[in-house]
Each structure stands twice: as structure tokens, then as C-alpha cells.
Design a protein around this ligand. Sequence first.
Ligand SMILES: Nc1nc2c(ncn2[C@@H]2O[C@H](COP(=O)(O)OP(=O)(O)OP(=O)(O)O)[C@@H](O)[C@H]2O)c(=O)[nH]1
Ligand SMILES: [Mg+2]
Length: 144
Amino acid sequence: MTKMMLIGKTSVGKTSLIQALYDGALCDKKTQAVEYYDSFLDLPGEYLENPRFYNVIVTLSHDVDLIALVQDVECDQTVFPPNFGTMFNKPVIGIITKIDLLKDSEKRDRVRSDLEQAGALKIYEVSNISCLGLHEIWRLIHKA
Ligand SMILES: Nc1nc2c(ncn2[C@@H]2O[C@H](COP(=O)(O)OP(=O)(O)OP(=O)(O)O)[C@@H](O)[C@H]2O)c(=O)[nH]1
Ligand SMILES: [Mg+2]
């Protein structure tokens, strides 16, 4: 099974994504510490928001196979610096969450472009509410 690290700012829906995949419920509490859950390594948003923690993220990345940069579709300003993904010696993908809230496709395109500039090679769109796109994430994890 592929191990995936989820990196994204607070409240983008990282923990909810894991919960939606495993038990269908959305998350109702913020992540306080690094948490391992089956194939996922879930980080509190603060690890990305404060560059002081970048070295911790890089160290944790040694334990995983895949890095996912997570941003929600409503996000107006990215917190991923350009080429952020080059810090890792691992493949990097992007996940756009809360796609159920999409009203303006230009916004989605902007988020897509943010993730591409940060270094995401492929981008997935998901909703943890409608479950749209979750099967693709599941397939990534279960790829041999
Ligand atoms: N509309 C919508 N809301 C979502 C979705 N996923 C998560 N949420 C909501 O977004 C909020 C934050 O979700 P979390 O999963 O806790 O976010 P997080 O990225 O783990 O946040 P931190 O643990 O603070 O880093 C919760 O109120 C969720 O109900 C989604 O796909 N669509
Ligand atoms: Mg969380």
C-alpha cells in the first residue's frame, strides 16, 4: 500500500478526507499533532503555515511514498510557495478539496495553477461530502 502525507493549511479538509475514505464522517475537531492513520500521515495545518516547521515536514516525508499538497476550492490565497514540492525527494500530487462548494470555475483553475506552481504533477478534485473523486485517492493508495 502507498503511504501518503497530507499537507495543507488549517481546515482545508485533510482529516475529513481520511475519515470520508474510512468511515464516511466529516472531521469535527482540528488536528493537534502528527497522526498516522493506515496509509495516511495527517499533519496539523500549522506545519505548513509556519515555515519553521518545514524541516519537520521534510523529515516526516521519509516515512511516506507520496506527498499530497491539499488546498480547498474556496481558497483565495495559497500558502504553498512556488516549487514547494521540490523540498521532497518523493512524487508530489495536488488535491483540491470541497469541490461541492464550487461556484466559479475560474477559482478552481486558480487553485489548480497554485498547486501546479507548488510542484504537483497531477491534481485530483474531491468532495468529502458527496464523495466525488474519493475512489481515485483510494486507488492511488492501493496501487501496488
Ligand atoms: N463543504 C465541504 N466541507 C468540508 C469538506 N471537507 C471538510 N469540510 C469541512 O471543513 C472543516 C475542516 O475540516 P478538517 O478535515 O478538520 O480540516 P483539516 O485540514 O484537517 O484541518 P487541521 O486539522 O486544522 O489542519 C470541517 O468543518 C469539515 O466539515 C468538503 O469536502 N466539503
Ligand atoms: Mg486535521
